[in-house]
Design a protein around this ligand. Structure first.
Ligand SMILES: *Cc1c(COP(=O)(O)O)cnc(C)c1O
Length: 368
């Protein structure tokens, strides 16, 4: 089957033919071979994230990335005497606030402009003003814009105050070097279909074992009980609580093998950065302005402002799609923009082909 286009979207993303091929077999869930695959994935995720297996564990959870975030929020925060602070500079930070609202979790949003990174100084000040804060959540790569937030500068503020930390590293883990041991965070969340380059179907949560062990009675949802999922997965190693996405799990195991073969996170980061640099420079040369200051821009996805003269995004999108690439609409309410992802099985040659298509589009619309 031929792919009609490459996905320049930040997950799901274009996977390799070998990752897709790993899904051609029907697997049994309770068989020891399968449990061994799950266990191996749990251990490999810790290695990718530089998380010491003595201190941390990985819990896999059916569903998309948001299921992992919701399970973490709904399980980490006790039903009484707890307040969550959420740092927001985009739609994914806002989603955590929405989850807290659904669960009636006392929470305090600290909101930043969507084209600005989280500011550690303002966060320190807010924490000093609110000694009731027990838990703190933030996004590493805010996929709304492509901003990479300075989590390494915020973590020490939380540790100094003994605040339990929750990091949504959905679109960075595997593609941007990070060390859970160095960060010392309590929870770090990602999913199968982002920078590890698997297909959609489960989320995973790296959790400090001591922190997680204290959450036994917190969950507000049966299916999204992170503690119960961990308990089952640990008691009988590699056993999922309910039916797991077996094909997706095997595709993910293959994706982890390919991440190692590429040279690990450092090599993947270099490829993503090369893609992003090529895209950013090429699009600017074609007259598209960046929405985000390059100093805070990550390698995952780039936002471009609509050109000032007449611009029909849908027409632009369809033109590009017909020539082999799918791009992404903008997500910032106040500034008309579109986004182009640079992750997945994509390299600089692909980005150059895209730039040539954008250039053709401009020449056609100039002469029409
Ligand atoms: C992709 C993503 C999520 C999860 O989104 P789903 O659609 O549920 O997979 C959460 N946070 C960030 C930063 C993301 O990029």
């Amino acid at each position: 089957m031929k792919q009609p286009y490459l996905l320049l979207t930040p997950g799901p993303l274009s996977t390799t033919p070998t990752v897709k091929a790993a899904m051609q077999i029907d697997y049994c869930t309770w068989d020891s071979d399968y449990r061994q695959v799950t266990e191996s994935i749990r251990q490999q995720i810790l290695a990718v994230a530089h998380a010491d297996p003595q201190t941390y564990t990985t819990v896999l959870l059916q569903g998309s990335g948001s299921y992992g975030v919701e399970a973490t929020i709904g399980t980490a925060i006790p039903r009484q005497d707890a307040t969550l602070m959420i740092a927001i500079n985009g739609a994914y930070g806002q989603r955590i606030s929405d989850i807290a609202a659904y669960y009636d979790i006392p929470h305090l949003d600290i909101v930043f402009d969507e084209d600005q990174a989280l500011d550690p100084q303002r966060i320190a000040q807010a924490l000093d003003e609110h000694p009731e804060i027990t838990h703190f959540a933030m996004i590493h790569s805010e996929t709304t814009t492509g901003i990479l937030n300075p989590i390494e500068k915020i973590m020490p503020l939380l540790k100094a105050r003994h605040i339990i930390s929750i990091i949504d590293a959905m679109s960075s883990l595997g593609g941007v070097p990070l060390s859970v041991d160095d960060l010392g965070c309590d929870y770090l969340i990602s999913s199968a279909n982002k920078c590890v380059q698997g297909v959609p179907g489960f989320a995973f949560i790296i959790a400090n074992q001591t922190t997680l062990a204290a959450t036994a009675d917190n969950a507000r949802s049966l299916c999204l009980d992170l503690y119960a999922q961990w308990h089952t997965m640990t008691k009988l190693p590699g056993k999922w609580r309910f039916t797991s996405p077996t094909h997706v799990v095997h595709a993910f195991a293959q994706a982890l093998t390919e991440l190692r073969a590429e040279g690990g996170v450092t090599a993947r980061y270099a490829r993503y950065q090369a893609n992003q640099q090529c895209l950013s420079q090429g699009m600017q040369a074609l007259g598209f302005d960046l929405m985000i200051d390059p100093a805070i821009q990550g390698p995952i996805i780039t936002s471009f402002k609509y050109p000032v003269h007449h611009f029909d995004f849908d027409d632009f999108y369809q033109f590009i799609k017909a020539r082999g690439f799918v791009i992404y609409p903008g997500k910032v309410a106040t500034i008309p923009s579109f986004r182009i992802g640079t992750i997945g099985d994509v390299n600089v040659t692909d980005i150059k082909r895209l730039l040539a298509i954008v250039s053709d589009y401009q020449q056609l619309s100039d002469t029409s």
